[in-house]
Design a protein around this ligand. Structure first.
Ligand code: PAF
Length: 283
């Protein structure tokens, strides 16, 4: 395992190895490594000559300073966990803010055709511009052939697909399925903040999505949405923030179903003060 904390040492290392038949796979993370990240890393190892994992808590994607300060940072533990779970010689890039942003910790504004303003973008204003700003910087440094993103953050995945299009970046974006606990709960670094009881009960989020998928062919979107809202209203452990069925190319809420399009159901729910998101493909 090679750990670099500056872009200079990282690019020197990569440039010594690069040749026309050599491929770089890239997994951007904010650390707090879990089974979801490990699965992205393993996919990258299988498909590339070298895998670079970035560990960087990006300040420009947080609209809430307290959330940023609370974000877990433990590089030593993250490196240990990766080397334990992954049987390959990989590269870790864990820069300080100054190395990536230099003097200018500013956010770029992108035109993602409005999808950056809906759902996660509505709840967290500026979030996707911050994500795109840092991923664009990381792609410029690592120059990956392929980059791996989880479907758990499906809106982010679509934003990154739009980013490579608008910035004419040649990196192939590879979507990887959401990794789940045995009870269905989508794995996320936030799950560590759930108590054992909350974690068990939080499986309800996936169970509801699963039932939405079954209802999708037989019921109207209005009825399905009402049904979901009722399931959470009846249960005081949860507070539903949004539930939407969207066409994945626009992220607009679907009204009528056009089966030539792809739809997904998206959900954001609070369990106490812990915000969980999940989504499921419907057709
Ligand atoms: O999904 C994440 O962990 C982050 O949004 C990413 C893509 C690493 C950018 O900071």
């Amino acid at each position: 395992m090679h750990v670099f904390t500056t872009k200079k040492t990282l690019t020197n290392f990569l440039s010594e190895r690069i040749n026309s038949s050599f491929s770089i796979g890239f997994v951007p993370t904010m650390g707090a490594i879990h089974a979801g990240h490990i699965s992205l890393i393993k996919n990258s190892i299988n498909q590339n000559n070298i895998t670079v994992v970035s560990i960087f808590v990006n300040p420009t994607q947080f609209d809430d300073q307290i959330d940023l300060e609370k974000y877990p940072k433990d590089l030593v533990n993250d490196v240990k966990l990766i080397s334990l779970k992954v049987d390959a010689d990989i590269v870790i890039y864990a820069p300080e803010v100054m190395d990536l942003y230099e003097e200018n910790v500013s956010i770029e504004t992108f035109d993602f055709r409005g999808i950056e303003l809906l759902m996660e973008g509505k709840s967290r204003p500026g979030h996707f511009n911050g994500v795109a700003t840092v991923v664009n910087k990381l792609f410029n440094i690592v120059k990956p052939h392929r980059a791996y993103f989880g479907e758990k953050d499906f809106q982010q995945l679509q934003i990154i697909r739009k980013l490579v299009k608008v910035r004419k970046i040649s990196t192939l974006i590879i979507a990887c399925p959401t990794v789940r606990e045995l009870n269905g709960l989508a794995i996320s670094s936030r799950n560590n903040r759930l108590s054992k009881y909350q974690k068990t009960r939080a499986s309800k989020v996936y169970q509801i999505l699963h039932q939405v998928k079954q209802k999708f062919n037989d019921d109207s979107i209005i009825n399905i949405t009402k049904w979901v809202e009722e399931q959470f209203k009846m249960d005081t452990l949860f507070k539903l923030e949004y539930f939407n069925i969207c066409d994945i190319s626009t992220f607009e809420q679907a009204v009528n179903i056009d089966l030539t399009k792809s739809y997904r159901a998206f959900i954001a729910v609070y369990v106490a003060d812990i915000r969980l998101i999940d989504n499921i493909a419907l057709n």
